[in-house]
Design a protein around this ligand. Structure first.
Ligand SMILES: [Cu+2]
Length: 719
């Protein structure tokens, strides 16, 4: 009797739970696809023949089952960005989940425990840049906290016609490789024309051996909104439209602005926040924001997403009728960016200053957090917006909370993001603090934490049950969007216990951000800069739980492949030929350099060099020279060091096997966008000046004066 009751009861429970716990299944193919965004046909990668891949929708409590059929000849993987899920479903190949082998399938399966806007993307090589990404919309069980009439996903991304592996190879040759294409070459003529502040910034930067600041590395050919340069979404007058913005760009920060008035942020990184009105919003790579926008007339309002470096934008038109354009955002002035005030302010308890704006924004567009609607007037007229109608619309809406009266003109930090409930952790839990400096070497295009790349560093060990606090200090001149897999962290800001939860946080140049998370998981989770090229160049770590970690040195070796790159630079001049061939990885390089005057006089060097710090290399090798056609060749062994001095002057001190010491100094100055001047001098009283004019990245015109070989002009080729 008891047994039967028990049987019946379990039947009821099973029946009840299966009625609610739906299994949502999707089947996708991953394959190559020919695309044409800019008039050039390129083979991209696509999910179900779509870029971005299809939106995956489900509701909290559902079990999601997504099968990917890999139709490609290369392996792939899918990572669920921002999702809390079992470690073996996280999709980082070799670390958590096996890669999906060519021409095979894999089904990811996990239960959805939290709602919001997220995305999925390949975590293999640079496939994400080529098109393997899509959106995730997980609905709450009992409806959205803030209601809307329409609900759309807008996946924003960047596109290059070049193969992403070539992009990385180019950056390895020269971190500023794309400056010419982007129009961001920071030459001295422009420094001078920007006046004394720009000159001071540059001299101060050079003195402290920092290169000029830049906002991006890659020169893109297009920016996309749902895979198009221009997207249109249907809406009608009076609609409140929820836009789920996802920055799925591989390496672009995006400024988003809506021509129909301020956007109301209602969620950040998938998590609901107190509604916050912004006119313009900067979205770091891999972040998501849900915004509500009003459609106040029978018009088509532009939601424009501009790359932060000012090189392009995509448009999403919402509504029907006459187009209302969002304003052009002026190209940021890199010369007036001054990061000296961003030093070490903001202690652990002083969070208010921990995430200030980049200086440029202070110069160009002061933030008015107390900005009232009425003050938007001039801006909105510029945007072609009818102020009167906007006010009518807002009056019609439900009574907004008091703080919603304020519109932030340009939101670039997290200070005003306020969680909808207390996010603070149990104060009795043990705490661990980890200092993480964001570091880089633009010369070699190496990015790292605490000066060590993923390949060079151990795991960061943590313990289940503790609160882990990362103090992230950016020591570079670029923004880094830092992402932690499998956890939400609190971004400590002025909201105290209501500090928001995020999975990706921007750390501005020379600034500091503090994040903390509850170590309530197990095994190993990837932690990295979400700029795809920075991640590949080493800015990543594995966060491992003591006792359950499965990552072995072999695992780490697989995910931290340190590739070798090759470059060459050869000048054929009227008086001589000069050349350099080099192959290098993160720390090591083999370099061959020569000059030859066509008259049996030559000087050549073959060395192995090891990079110790950003400023110091040590090397050993051989020197082969013949001075004068009647003299005997002199072959010696050499050892030496190269060290970067203030003002970015390269010094090179070496001794040869005959005991002879030589010190050489030299540097390059970018005179104009395409003209570079170089000088070198050594203690043998040899010196050389050269001037090069860049026709393109491969071909240059060159002129040289050499103390031995005199004047010459010719052609210089780089490869
Ligand atoms: Cu980065």
């Amino acid at each position: 009797m008891k047994k039967i009751a028990c049987f019946l009861l379990s039947f009821v429970i099973l029946g009840a739970s299966s009625a609610y716990a739906k299994v949502v299944t999707y089947q996708f193919d991953i394959n190559t696809k020919s695309v044409n965004f800019t008039g050039e046909s390129v083979v991209a990668l696509a999910i179900n023949n779509q870029i971005p891949g299809p939106t995956i929708e489900a509701t909290v409590g559902d079990t999601l089952e997504v099968t990917f059929n890999n139709k490609m000849d290369t392996e792939t993987s899918i990572h669920w960005h921002g999702i809390l899920l079992p470690n073996d479903q996280d999709g980082v190949p070799y670390l958590t989940t096996q890669p999906i082998a060519p021409h095979s399938s894999f089904t990811y399966r996990y239960k959805i425990t939290h709602h919001g806007t997220y995305w999925y993307h390949s975590h293999t090589g640079l496939q994400e840049q080529r098109g393997i990404y899509g959106s995730l919309v997980f609905h709450p069980k009992d409806g959205e906290r803030v209601k809307s009439d329409k609900d759309y996903v807008v996946v924003l991304s960047d596109w290059t016609n070049e193969n992403p592996n070539q992009v990385l190879a180019n950056l390895k040759k020269d971190g500023d490789y794309y400056a010419l294409k982007k129009g961001s070459v920071q030459s001295w003529d422009k420094v001078i024309s920007n006046g004394s502040q720009a000159i001071k910034n540059r001299l101060q930067g050079s003195w402290s051996r920092m290169g000029p600041m830049d906002l991006s590395d890659v020169g893109y050919d297009a920016f996309l909104s749902n895979g198009k340069k221009e997207e249109t979404l249907n809406a009608h007058k009076g609609d409140k439209v929820r836009i789920r913005l996802i920055n799925a760009a591989a390496s672009s920060y995006l400024n988003v602005e809506f021509s129909g008035g301020p956007m109301t942020i209602v969620a950040a990184d998938g998590v609901d926040v107190e509604p916050l009105q912004v006119q313009r919003l900067r979205i770091a790579i891999a972040e998501t924001y849900d915004v509500i926008v009003p459609i106040s007339d029978n018009k088509s309002y532009e939601l424009r997403s501009s790359s932060e470096d000012g090189t392009g934008h995509s448009s999403t038109f919402i509504g029907n009728g006459e187009k209302v354009f969002a304003p052009d955002i002026p190209k940021p002035n890199l010369f007036l960016m001054d990061h000296s005030q961003h030093g070490n302010h903001g202690s652990h308890n002083n969070s208010a200053g921990a995430m200030s704006m980049p200086a440029t924004i202070k110069h160009q567009m002061p933030q008015h957090s107390g900005h009232k609607m009425e003050n938007m007037n001039s801006h909105d007229m510029h945007a072609g917006h009818d102020m009167h109608q906007m006010q009518q619309t807002s009056a019609k809406q439900d009574q907004p909370p008091h703080h919603m009266q304020n519109v932030i003109e340009y939101m670039t930090d997290y200070e005003n993001l306020r969680a909808v409930k207390d996010t603070s952790f149990d104060k009795n839990k043990p705490q661990r603090e980890v200092i993480l400096n964001l570091t880089g070497n633009m010369e070699r295009y190496v990015w790292s934490f605490n000066n060590k790349t993923l390949a060079e560093s151990d795991k960061i060990m943590i313990k289940h049950g503790e609160i882990v606090r990362f103090v992230v200090q950016n020591q570079t001149m670029m923004h880094h969007p830092i992402h932690l897999h499998g956890h939400f962290f609190r971004v400590i800001n002025k909201q105290g216990d209501r500090s928001p939860l995020k999975h990706t946080v921007n750390v501005p140049p020379m600034d500091k951000v503090i994040i903390e998370f509850d170590a309530n998981e197990e095994k190993d989770w990837f932690f990295h800069c979400h700029n795809l090229y920075h991640m590949k160049a080493g800015m990543a770590r594995v966060i491992s739980y003591e006792g359950t970690t499965q990552a072995t040195p072999e695992t780490l070796a697989k995910i931290a492949h340190d590739g070798w790159f090759f470059s060459g630079d050869i000048s054929a001049l009227s008086n001589m030929t000069i050349g350099m061939l080099k192959t290098s990885n993160t720390r090591n390089s083999i370099e061959f350099e020569y000059d030859y005057n066509y008259k049996k006089e030559y000087d050549a060097e073959l060395i192995y060099a090891r990079s110790i710090t950003r400023f110091l290399d040590v090397y050993a090798g051989g020197n082969f020279e013949r001075e004068g056609k009647d003299e005997k060749a002199e072959n010696t062994a050499i050892v030496g060091i190269r060290y970067v001095l203030p003002m970015l002057i390269e010094s090179n001190l070496r001794i040869n096997s005959k005991g002879k010491v030589r010190l050489a100094l030299g540097s390059d100055l970018q005179l104009t966008e395409r003209t570079k001047f170089g000088w070198s001098y050594n203690t043998n009283k040899e010196y050389r000046f050269n001037l090069a004019y860049e026709i393109n990245k491969k071909m240059l015109l060159a002129a040289t004066y050499d103390s031995d070989f005199k004047w010459g002009v010719g052609l210089r080729v780089r490869f």
